[in-house]
Design a protein around this ligand. Sequence first.
Ligand code: MCA
Ligand code: AMP
Length: 522
Amino acid sequence: MNHNSSQQINGNLFAALRNGFPQDLDGIAVETDSGLFYSWRDLERATAMMANLLVSLDLPAGSRIAVQVEKSVEAMLLYLATLRAGLVFLPLNTAYQSAEMAYFIGNAEPDVVVCSASNFGWVSQIAFKAGTTHVFTLNDDRTGSLLERAAHCTDRHVVAVKQADDLAVIIYTSGTTGRSKGAMLTHGNMLSNALVLKDYWGWRSEREGGDVLIHALPIFHVHGLFVAIHGALLNASKMIWLARFDARLAIQKMPEATVFMGVPTLYVRLLAEPGLTREAVRNMRLFVSGSAPMLIDTFNAWQSRTGHTILERYGMSETIMLTSNPYHAADGERRGGTVGFPLPGVSLRVQDDAGNNLAAGEIGAIQVKGPNVFKGYWRMPEKTAEEFTADGFFKTGDVGKIDAQGYVTIVGRSKDLIISGGYNVYPAEVEGYINELPGVAESAVIGVPDSDFGEVGVALVVAKRGAVLEPSQIIANLKSTLANFKVPKQCFVVDALPRNSMGKVQKNLLRARCADFGNSSN
Ligand code: MCA
Ligand code: AMP
């Protein structure tokens, strides 16, 4: 197969990632924590076989492949194979339960659903009801019908030709009101962002000694699936693959690695390990943090313990990466508490409510524009239109400022959102579930500080007249319906919720009242 000539005109993200593979396909591309080694050739062949399986299903153009499976190298290969075949990948958090899955599958109408064998019963029922034609299984021990079927396919596959504007992925992000929205990202969104980060974070080519990434994040969200994996593949960098984050194991692997990416909770947990020493990180060159605000105490503690300055960056599902602290000292220092500069190609401005651009240091709404900004929300043209300004900037819902040197700081959010251990929890969604429980008149879910997760949810619930509510029962009910990370860590039954003159619940008063609750959950 002649890769070079076909790939120059092919906007398929997979073609660019494949082009990044090293000359020697027999080198190690991925090493897992269970002792498996995958060569670059294994990646090439397995993605070709899975892509051929998908092609053999004769799916309509733009078909969605929805995937809810445990983290595994094969799950990553399925993502790559979906790109390769020119279809649309839809990753789903393994914590989602049946009501959440029914919504995503019903809304996205995927032709193919892939789940773990243990969930096949209920997932396939939801999928077939929604019109899905194929349900495969994929387990984290390399078993399941997907691999059995792919094993019969040829390992030669010509990458599907795609334009930069073609849809590659749908990532669901919960809505502040109503249901989750599917953010549509194109091949061009993802490739442009990956190329910018390749340069901005100084990924080292093989000639320069190469990089080795410790991959410790889940692969159903932007951070672990795109930022980490695209970075490694585009730069022919080996990945040390941890099926789940384990602080001790990560530290044990650091002498063999150069790059680590994590949400702040991962850094807090690493700092709790005595094994995190300067000696352990001696070969590391870059620690990246994002997805949630990093406390300045964590930033400083990391610097004094390891001698490394964490590079904090800011992104969203709708935009992938937006800003980053500098990598090269010549471009400026990495400032804790800030998310750095807009990445090359990204325009970022701060506006007041009246739509005026604000001066340096003034706080307002963060808006962005660039080749990384998504195409819109899946089948929600009105919602998409609402989230963009007349001149084409996307309203992030984050509140912040830009200082005189150009550093961006996020000071808050206009969207009612809790970020817990790097996962987003929308109070409106959780309140909706609580309000449906018997005996509940109304509820409010707020985020309170937590030393491990950064923020955790606390529920305040008002009983209907004459009803008696048991907080532990409310939590148990939520655990049986909602993804575990969305379930409030504590629940209190209160007489009433404070409201302003417009009748809106004053969550700021509740947050002040509950500020100390979070840490008692540890
Ligand atoms: C687990 N639990 C959580 C969370 N994770 N609760 C709140 N928030 C969480 N994030 C629940 C568990 O179900 C369990 O509940 C209890 O909390 C304790 O679980 P634990 O064993 O401590 O959790 P874990 O399995 O160790 O997971 C913690 C984790 C994980 C490793 C921090 O949450 C994680 O991998 N977070 C990373 C998320 C991420 O990749 N975000 C990037 C999104 P119970 O005992 O009741 O069962 S991409 C993004 O945000 C943008 C685009 C960006 O900028 O990157
Ligand atoms: P998601 O919906 O998972 O894409 O989450 C995106 C949101 O995460 C952003 O709108 C921010 O509120 C938040 N976020 C991401 N990175 C950072 C960061 N470094 N500091 C503060 N908040 C962040």
